[in-house]
Design a protein around this ligand. Sequence first.
Ligand SMILES: Nc1ncnc2c1ncn2[C@@H]1O[C@H](COP(=O)(O)OP(=O)(O)O)[C@@H](O)[C@H]1O
Ligand SMILES: [Mg+2]
Length: 696
Amino acid sequence: MKILRLQYRNFMGYKLVQLPGIKENFPEGLILISGPNSHGKSTIVEGILYAFFGSRAFPGKKTEDFINYGEHEAEIYLYFELDNEKYYLHRKWNRSKKKSKQLFKYNLTSKKYREIPQFDIKDFFEITRNQALSTIFVKQGEVEKLSSMKGAEIREMILQLFQLDIIDKALKSLEDERKDREVKKDLLLKKRIPIERIEEDIKELKEKVEEDQKKFKNNEKDINNLKAKLQELPSAELFRQLETFYNEVESSQDKLTSFIKRYDVTLLEKGLNPEEFDSINKIQVKFDKKNEDLSKLEEEKKVLKEKYERINRGLSKPQGRISVSQKQLQRIQTELKFSSTETITCPLCESELTHDHYEQLLAKLNGNIVKDNQKVQNITKVLDKLRIDIDNYDTNIKKFTSELNVIENAKNDKEHIIAYEKEFEKNKSQLTNFLDANKKRFKHIELKREAIRLKSLKVERLTTELNGLENKIIELQQNINDYRDKVDEKEKELMKMRQLHEQIGDLEVDLIHIGKVRELVRRFVTEYMVTKRLVKNIARVTEKYIRNFTLGQYGKLMIDLEGSRKTGLSLKIKDHFNGVNESVEMISGGDRTALGIALRLAISELMKTTRPTKNSPIKYPKMDFLLLDEPLAALDENRRKRILSYLLNSKNFPQIFLITHTEIPKELQVHQIIVAKDASTGISRAHFEKSAPIEF
Ligand SMILES: Nc1ncnc2c1ncn2[C@@H]1O[C@H](COP(=O)(O)OP(=O)(O)O)[C@@H](O)[C@H]1O
Ligand SMILES: [Mg+2]
């Protein structure tokens, strides 16, 4: 990677600076930034860092700190070349916290820069800010600090720089993994039920199933036997029907006999000859005869009665006459008062009446009365006789009527008896028909009520027994199903438990593996990476630099590999002049600085190619230029010259920006950015001076 051009506006001490110049590009190799103290040298380098990483590259500083005092807004353009492509970064920010960051890429065909939208520095350069800062940038004073660092500090720095703290991180993440597995395992252990216990449960349940299945089979056999038995016997229903038929026969028979008995008793009571009443026909004949006799009697009575009426009517004549005569007599006697000779008018005939006449009249009237009375007496005698006859008839009619009633009742009774006989016969034939129809079923049964009753009871008992067995068998089936369901459940549980045991096993294996990996990381990786490989490499590269910087006085950097984390590494350096291994603390300040630069350069150089682990892919960092802020300050001119000329010729870095405020040896032909400051305004200025060709 190469920085081509930069342009700052209102960036710290600068109002406007454009380097190396309009439409010019920085060359490769070493570029010095020189000028007096506080004139804006560091600012040039800080601008480059700011362009890439913003104010975050400077812990403790805010964006406003980078804007020129009295200005509101600042802006940086940084042009660079990467993998043969050209880009520029543009940052603009102001005191109102507004800021923008854009990356543009040069398009060869359109010959224009086009913005790469939504770019991310880390993704684009494939390096973190911290890594980049510790790789490409050597801060002011850092070299001195490095050269006087204690072994332990160097070790920590190396670990961090080379991201070897990922081993600590790896250990921590392994520890997290281990804890996670432990927690999971504990959780599973809590859920664990011993497999043997479930297996025992299953065995027990299966035994129960078997037992009940046996019972089921026996029960089935019993049921079949019972059914066979019942098959041969009439069903309870048939028995019930038979019973009904029997009952009907019996009750009709009872009714019949009791009626016959009553009939006989009635005949006996009425003094009737049973023989004459043993058939409807005979009774009918008797009834007809009696009825005829009765009619005759009534006819005769009727004749007599008419006669009587007639005669009775004849009685009224003489009786009337008597009554008239008596009235006349009475009138005459009361109304005719004779005074001996006198004549009087007859009240009856209105004629003159004499006493004699009167006498005659009385006699005549009395004579009539007697005569008529006689007549009345005669008629009454006849009537009385007739009355007696009629009464006799009435008595006979009454007698006949009651006899006729008796016969009629007997006839009715007899008709009932015949009906009952018919019913009885009908019931009997129904019974026989029924028995005929079910002959097979009833074949072994004595057709006697008691026997039938007993058999029927037996059927009932067997049926009850069968029902009981059938219920029992349903219950057994239910139990078997339940047990089987439980077995299924238990088997599922067993499977789950087996899985759980497996999972626990897997977790245990994981835990063992994690333990082993941790051991490996701790023992092997750390040791190998830090003490054997990396430290050796650092020592090797540092040696290369130090030998060059000291004209071969020092070489053979010895880094004590035994250093623990606490004691760190111990640095010893071999003085080739006296052949003594000197502890770093013993060598001069200048030499220590040289060693610091060598160490720092070695680190930067190695950072480009060192992988954290053997399997990590080799990645050449895209940011491979070097920014060195006054590393040479503490060196004498000789050393400075050595280092400068080494850096000038070094091909390890494509571009090195090196700040120095000290004089540059005249014989060194170096590109320079010369920084100056306007004394009256305090504004920094800078310009680029290309070196003349260098000759060595
Ligand atoms: N925001 C700023 N506005 C104006 N001048 C600034 C600002 N920040 C720093 N300066 C000036 O920049 C100078 C420091 O520049 P620097 O690059 O560190 O000098 P050096 O050449 O010693 O490396 C100081 O004089 C300081 O006053
Ligand atoms: Mg400075």
